[in-house]
Design a protein around this ligand. Structure first.
Ligand SMILES: Nc1ncnc2c1ncn2[C@@H]1O[C@H](COP(=O)(O)OP(=O)(O)OP(=O)(O)O)[C@@H](O)[C@H]1O
Length: 346
C-alpha cells in the first residue's frame, strides 16, 4: 500500500470575483521512502496542493473533489481534531515562510520541546535530549537551543525549523521551497541535509519548487504542474533524458544546470493562465510553440508514453521534432510575437 494516494483532487478558492480553480484533477501515489518533486511556475497550484495534505488551506479554499488517502485513510473526510493529531507527528511541513513560524518571544529550544511534548509522552528531560539530538542532526550546537529567533541567521533558523519538522520522525515530509529565502551556498547545504535526514528516518517526501534543477538532485519522481493541472509525471531520470511536454521542454531550457554548457538559456514567454475563467482546451495553449486548433478545443488527457511516464499533450508522437525545435530561440520568439499580436501577453 502506498503511503499517500492522491486521487482526482480538485481544489477551489471562493473569491469576490468567482471561483478560482487552483488545482484540477491531480492524481498520484507516493511510496514509502519516495521523494516526489512538484514543479511549475508561481501560481500553478503547488502550495495549494501541499497545504491540502495537512488540511491547512485558507478559509476560502476547499477540496471540492477527490480523495487524499494517507496510510489507508482519507484525510479529506477526517475531523479537524483527527487532522491536528496527524500534523507534525505523521505529516510535517517545512515551508518557505517557515522562519516566521518561529515565535520571536520564545527561545527556539522551548518551542521545539513544546512541539515534542505536544505529540509524545516524553518528560522534560527526555524532550530536551531529543531536541539536542535533532539539533545535532541538522548541524546546530546545543547552546543554540537557548537562542531567540532574532539571535540566529536565516540559515540557522531554517535548520531549527527542519529539526522541529523531523523531530517526531514523520512518515511524510512536505518541503515547500524550503531554501528559497537563503543564499545559494547555504541552500545547497540545507537541501542535502534534508535529504540525508529524510533517508535516515525513512520518510517519504513531497518537495515543492519552481526550480527543476533542484528536483534533479533531490527527487526520484517529478510531477510538472501548469495552471493547476498535471502536465507530465515520470521518474526524474527518465524526465531529464526523455522529456515530452512542450512546457517541460521550455522549463528544461530555462534552468542553467540542466541546459548543456554553451547552450542558450531561453525562458518561456508569457504568463500563466487565468484560473478563474480557464479557456477550453489545453492550459498551456497560449504559450505553446506547437499548439494547434485541437489544443484550443480539447483538454489533453494523461497518456502513458512509456512505463510510469505520463504526459498530457495531444501530440506526444511529435516529441522528437518538439525536442529539436524547443532548443531554438526563434521557436519561443514566435510565441512571444503571437502573444503580442493576440494581446494575450500582459
Ligand atoms: N487564499 C486564496 N484565495 C484566492 N486565490 C488563491 C488563494 N491562495 C492562492 N490562490 C490562487 O491559487 C492559485 C494557486 O496558487 P498557489 O500558491 O498554490 O501556487 P504555487 O504554484 O504554489 O505558487 P507559489 O510558488 O507562488 O507559491 C493562484 O492562482 C493563486 O493566486
Amino acid at each position: 500500500m502506498p503511503l499517500l494516494e492522491v486521487k482526482n483532487v480538485d481544489i477551489e478558492y471562493k473569491t469576490a470575483n468567482g471561483t478560482l480553480k487552483a488545482v484540477q484533477d491531480i492524481s498520484f501515489t507516493l511510496e514509502e521512502g519516495e521523494r516526489i518533486g512538484l514543479v511549475g511556475e508561481s501560481g500553478c497550484g503547488k502550495t495549494t496542493l501541499a497545504k491540502s495534505f495537512m488540511r491547512l488551506l485558507p478559509s476560502n479554499g476547499e477540496i471540492a473533489n477527490g480523495e487524499i488517502i494517507f496510510k489507508g485513510e482519507n484525510l479529506v473526510t477526517k475531523s479537524p481534531e483527527e487532522i491536528r493529531k496527524l500534523r507534525w507527528k505523521d505529516i510535517a511541513m517545512i515551508s518557505q515562510s517557515a522562519m516566521s513560524a518561529l515565535n520571536p518571544v520564545y527561545r527556539v529550544g522551548d518551542q521545539i520541546i513544546e512541539a515534542i511534548q505536544a505529540h509524545s509522552n516524553m518528560n522534560n528531560k527526555q524532550a530536551y535530549s531529543r531536541a539536542v539530538e535533532v539539533f545535532k542532526m541538522v548541524g546546530l550546537e546545543e547552546k543554540r537551543l537557548r537562542s531567540y529567533p532574532h539571535q540566529m541567521s536565516g540559515g540557522m533558523k531554517q535548520r531549527a525549523i527542519i529539526a522541529m519538522a523531523l523531530t517526531l520522525e514523520p512518515a511524510l515530509i512536505i518541503a515547500d521551497e524550503p531554501t528559497t529565502a537563503l543564499d545559494v551556498v547555504v541552500q545547497d547545504r540545507i537541501l542535502h541535509q534534508i535529504i540525508q535526514l529524510q533517508r535516515e528516518i525513512n520518510s517519504s517526501m513531497v518537495f515543492i519548487t519552481h526550480d527543476i534543477s533542484v528536483v534533479s538532485e533531490t527527487c526520484n519522481t517529478i510531477i510538472v504542474m501548469y495552471g493547476g493541472k498535471m502536465m507530465e509525471k515520470a521518474s526524474t531520470r527518465d524526465f531529464f533524458k526523455n522529456p515530452y511536454h512542450p512546457y517541460s521542454l521550455g522549463l528544461q531550457n530555462a534552468f542553467p544546470s540542466i541546459a548543456d554548457i554553451g547552450e542558450e538559456l531561453i525562458s518561456i514567454p508569457g504568463s500563466p493562465p487565468d484560473l478563474m475563467n480557464p479557456k477550453p482546451g489545453c492550459r498551456f495553449q497560449d504559450r505553446c510553440p506547437f499548439a494547434t486548433e485541437l489544443c484550443q478545443q480539447e483538454i489533453p488527457s494523461l497518456v502513458e508514453v512509456s512505463p510510469e511516464h505520463f504526459v498530457a499533450c495531444h501530440f506526444t508522437e511529435d516529441v522528437e521534432k518538439f525536442r529539436i525545435e524547443s532548443k531554438k530561440g526563434e521557436t519561443w520568439e514566435k510565441v512571444q510575437e503571437r502573444l503580442l499580436l493576440t494581446g494575450t501577453e500582459g
